[in-house]
Design a binder for this molecule. Sequence first.
Ligand SMILES: Nc1ncnc2c1ncn2[C@@H]1O[C@H](COP(=O)(O)OP(=O)(O)OP(=O)(O)O)[C@@H](O)[C@H]1O
Length: 269
Amino acid sequence: MSNFLEIKDLSFTYPNGWKALNNISIQIDRGERVAIIGQNGAGKTTLAKLMNGLNKPTSGDVTIDGWNTKEYTTAQISRKVGYVFQNPDDQIFHNTVFDEVAFGPKNLGQTEEEIHHNVHEATKLVEIHDFLKENPYDLPLSIRKFVTVASVIAMNPDVIILDEPTAGQDMKGLTCLASTIAELTKRTKTVITITHDMEFAASNFDRTIVMAHSNKIADGGTKEIFWSNEVLTEAGVKPPHISRLSKSLGIEDKGILEIKDLINYIKMR
Ligand SMILES: Nc1ncnc2c1ncn2[C@@H]1O[C@H](COP(=O)(O)OP(=O)(O)OP(=O)(O)O)[C@@H](O)[C@H]1O
């Protein structure tokens, strides 16, 4: 595995003395889709903020495409790693969707033409193109969340981190998220999500990293992880509903994470 994004012996302690990450190493390649799961307070958001340089390691290193985050500003790192905040209201500060999405490309020094192109591309991808002239705060939370996703995509980073993207999304939003992730993968972008939504992780991410008590306790194929009782119990995480249903029916097929998997299993019997 190549190490486009390399986290090596990483520890992070907040100024109040709380050690939120304890000696973590992870390697993530271009084009990978990785879910980070774990209980509240496990250190997932802290880890994401170290990946895009918002936080700098207390010890150890985070290197993206050869850039050690300690040697670059957060603005420089954000060209390579885009982070979509859990709460869109922590990110949005312009009066129109267009200006909000254009902010990143403008700061990168793109020409007017490039800015227009990137804003239109990104907003079409996440299906908010009709709202370009609207004030983001007149739009519902689910749409505001896509405004922040588009803002990051418009900067064309290599790695996109989505923090709790399914919160507040209906079926239409979930479908749009899935197609956006699929398209980003086609463009060989690395997509990382922090999520409590196990169905979302199971359907869209091939690899899952499990965090608990400031540590990485597992890292592997999503199917294996969601069928590993010990890991999920230690992390305090429940597997997807369909895996639980299958287990309670006595079906021990590790491939079952989604309804379609259970249907296939039943059809094969
Ligand atoms: N600015 C801060 N100062 C001190 N401690 C903090 C700070 N931010 C987070 N923490 C603590 O660090 C730990 C990890 O927090 P973090 O937000 O990374 O967890 P998380 O796994 O993302 O949780 P959640 O699922 O609730 O978002 C928690 O105990 C949290 O209280």
